[in-house]
Structures are given as structure tokens and as C-alpha cells.
Design a protein around this ligand. Sequence first.
Ligand code: BG6
Length: 306
Amino acid sequence: MSTSEFDALNRQHALPGKLAFGPGPGGLAVAVVNNSHASAMIALQGAHVMTWTPHGQQPVIWLSRAAAFAPGKSIRGGVPICWPWFGPHPSDAKLPGHGFARTVPWEVVESRSLRDDRTVLVLRLAETEATRKQWPHATPVEVEAHITVGTTLEMELVTHNNGSAPVTIGDALHTYFEVSDIREVKIHGLGGCPYLDKVDGGSRKQQQGPVTIGSEVDRVYLDSTADCLIEDPRWRRRIRVSKRGSRSSVVWNPWTEKAAKMGDFGTRGYLNMVCVESTNAAEDVVNIGPGGEHRLWVRYAVEPLS
Ligand code: BG6
């Protein structure tokens, strides 16, 4: 984006002292938020929240120190938006994993300060020849990301079906959370849920008690609608993940070998992160009727551990 394009964006959507647009890492266009509650950085490519830190806290969102920032490349860490499918495309292996939304430009639709000083940014996926080619339906759809930055981070992904035929989508807010040391962390809220274990050929199992991680974990939890709590005793905090419009959750940590193969994780990055993803994945995809919409909403909150 050129200086004059940034100037135009700032004239229309900057909020003095709270929100400004400019070049970020790798020259990617970013929105920088700093209000009385928190700071955050959001890349317009992918509507990708890269950082969110309530003042006085450790970062809540993990961003890889080895992340690549380049047009068309997904960023390792933050909150990638997976849309309109989750994981590999169901029938065409040539299409990108987790859909195309995370690697294309989104447009700024709106920005505002709420009375309590939280900052709202609304972005819309820009339709281009490239997105039209990858969208698997003839029906036109529109997708928006509503991001609210405060002492909590709220995100809502809204998919409108503007056509006359139903569409099926999968989606996810694929959030990487920062933790002190994954080996000491417990994830509550998934006990009793069935899950598909992708590290064990997709076999179906059932979670007993909290999730702990000491090797590669890649699981799609089904029938998961309760809050997930990421309990981090060393940092004496837990991160509460609340959600609506999602009946599945993914827990992922690549551990040593897979992280090394990925090349953008850094050497010890896997120890400081866990993905707890609010999803519509696997058998939990969403059908949206003509004129209908689907809303995937999450709220992340940091709570002290007593
Ligand atoms: C998770 C998947 O959601 O994302 C994993 O369950 C995958 O299987 C991971 O490896 C990262 O995906 P990507 O495409 O960002 O490397």
C-alpha cells in the first residue's frame, strides 16, 4: 500500500490516539490499536489479529518470532481466519489448507470507539478474481470480521449468503495463545467430548479430564460448546475462550519435529504456544440458506489464578 493509500485510509478510518493504519512487519498494511485497555496489531491481509495485550499483562496471543510477513503468505501465529473451509479442501487437494481468507486482502468497512473506550474494527473480505476462482459455489457470499479490542478481545466472523441457493462452509478462528510453558498448562472444558485424533489417523476417542500436552497434539473436538480455559500456573492466569456459532474446537501443538519442518516456528516456539481454535470443522460444517447468515463469535478474557 502506498503512502497516499495509507493517508486516505487514515483520513477515513483512523481514531486519533486509538487507531492508525500504516506499514507493519514485512511492509504488510496493519491497523495499530492502543486504547486505555490494551494494544493490538491487525494485518489487513487475512483480517489477521497478530497481537493483543491487555495493559499490564503478558501477551495473550502468540506470534512466532520466525513468522514470515509477505503478501499471499499466511502468518504463523496470531488469529488466522480459516474460511470457507477448515483443514484440507474436501475435494480439491490443490486448493490451500484452511481456505483462502487468511492470505488475501480485506477492506476496512468501519472503525469506532465504544463509550467504554474499546475499539471496534470491521473488515470485509475483498472479492477479487483470485477469491472467485477458489470459492466453490456459484452463489455469492460476503464475509466480515468484527474485531473489538478491550480488556477482552471479541471477534465475530459473519458470513452472509447473498444468493438463491444454500451454501456449505467450514470456518475457524485459529487462535495461537501464548503460554509460559506448554508442559505445565492444562486446558479445561473439553472433558467428555468425543474427538478425532489427527495424530492417530483421525481415530475417534473421548477426552477424559483436562487436556495436557507433552507431544504433538492435533485434535478436533466435537460437541464442544462450553468455554475452554487455558490454565497457566506459572503466569498465574487462565485464558477463558467463550464462543457461539461453533460446535467444534481444535487443540493443536506441533511439538518438536513438526515445528522444525514448518520452518516458521522458531526453535523453541512450540513451548510457548497452544492453539485452541473455535471452529466449524469436520462433520460440524455449516449450511447457510438463501439470504441467511452464519455468525462465529468468540471472546477471550484473562482471569487471575488464585
Ligand atoms: C490446525 C490443524 O488447525 O492447523 C493442523 O488441525 C495444522 O493439522 C495446523 O497443522 C496448522 O496449519 P497451517 O496450514 O497453518 O500450517
